[in-house]
Design a protein around this ligand. Sequence first.
Ligand code: F6P
Length: 559
Amino acid sequence: MTENIVDPTTTEAWAELTQLNNNLTPDLRGWFEADEKRAEKLSFTAADLHVDLSKNLITDSVLDSLKNLAAEVKLEDRRAAMFSGEHINVTEDRAVLHTALRRPKGYSPALEVDGQDVDDDVHEVLAKIYDFADRVRSGEWTGVTGKKIETVVNIGIGGSDLGPVMVYEALKPYAQEGLEARFISNIDPADAAETVKNLDPETTLFIVASKTFGTLETLTNARVCRDWLLDSLRKDGALEGKEDAEAVASHFIAVSTALDKVEAFGIDPENAFGFWNWVGGRYSVDSAIGTVLAIVLGPDTFEEFLGGFHAMDEHFRTAPLAENVPALMGLLNIWNVNFLGAHTHAVLPYDQYLHRFPAYLQQLTMESNGKGVTAEGKPVIYNTGEVFWGEPGTNGQHAFYQLIHQGTRIIPADFIAFANPVHATKDGEQDVHELFLANFFAQTKALAFGKTADEVRAEGTDESIVPARVFTGNRPTTSIMAEKLTPAVLGQLIALYEHITFVQGVVWGIDSFDQWGVELGKQLALALAPAVAGDRDVLGQQDSSTRGLIDFYLKHRNK
Ligand code: F6P
């Protein structure tokens, strides 16, 4: 499905944008003064999100040309191709249908992919997950010694970890009392050791979450945890008269597209939840990969979460381009990256519960759009995926905001906040959430409008340090607000960034849904393993740097 791919640099809109950028004198102060309605005109609603784009370095002409660009690269056709299940992941010859994971039951028209009714499949698996979740939550499902499950440990990495962790952290207030989730991802043995430390094996359920069920880290950690479970149960005498297999069946379930490999691992296929190759790992938190969430947060919360995704999908699918928030934000990122020269993009949630959101977005955006060739295999001649990063406010304010305010680089930033806190707290008369929000509002104001030398002088500042205290302003930000961080709003936020990522990929003409760039490191790690274990022949075949580093390890190990 590459016939619609257009080199963006050959479009008229690209030429217009180049021209507009050459003539641009950013002046947010002036633009706001000249147009009282700027914020109103550049604020949009997408489902429950209020999105203000007005503090970006855009004029009406820039916005018009960005919309022309979308038309010239046939964004609407590409969007239709994705939603209808065409194989837009060309290098893997796959449909890209994470949007089908959140279509409500009975949604019309029906969707068939490769001859199979997708909605039936999705809802069948969901029903199975919810049934299992209810059994764990009620205590009907127990560990091998008959005790109720209190901790669910998700073993997975990348998309099989980052989504579940982020959502669990974000929606912790919705977790059932007496039930917690933990996560193991890294093959560093410290991760598993610290995670199972102090856990009671009799009340612990492990979920081995792996789309391929072939990922080294996940399968290694799964075996390590299986050994820990069996050793601990045996040590306590809890397994007397019972087979290992019985314990594994009670304490291990799996989530995968490769159910045959699950069985080979020793997990009963009855206790495995499937999904499909048209769900990319980084787009899978709303698939069976979210089983840990359905258990700990509950099926109702998970349903609300899926409903949020769907609301944003509908917005993206149907809203006209002029009001289509994911499309506008994606196009704005193109403006920032390809014309204004931004290399990174900060995401700054003013909500502690979203503290893993930037990390989640790193995989979503960077694994998707970190590509150097087009979907047709030609080298791109423009920059693609920017580096996404961030931390929650206000912590970031006391760490890296200095560079965003006064550094030499342009760093577009998304600020995210909610009108209502989960914890209403007073410090004397002061509402602490209001103080928190005052920081959120202050930051984007400072970044946009800065502080002139005259304003600094007017504060009586010594002339010698006036330059250091000047804020140039014109630092682009987007503000995203919602009433409250609910499961539905979180689903909307994730889907918003999924679609932004898609829009950028369409403009760049790349395949946003493969991830070949992770393969070489995996292959080399396996090839180097014998050298690390001391095989001198394999060591001798390495380049001098790698040989030297492994030599250092071999000389210093066991010390
Ligand atoms: O190595 C990258 C990757 O394939 C990601 O895209 C994926 O989310 C992660 O590994 C985990 O893969 P799996 O779910 O198959 O274990």
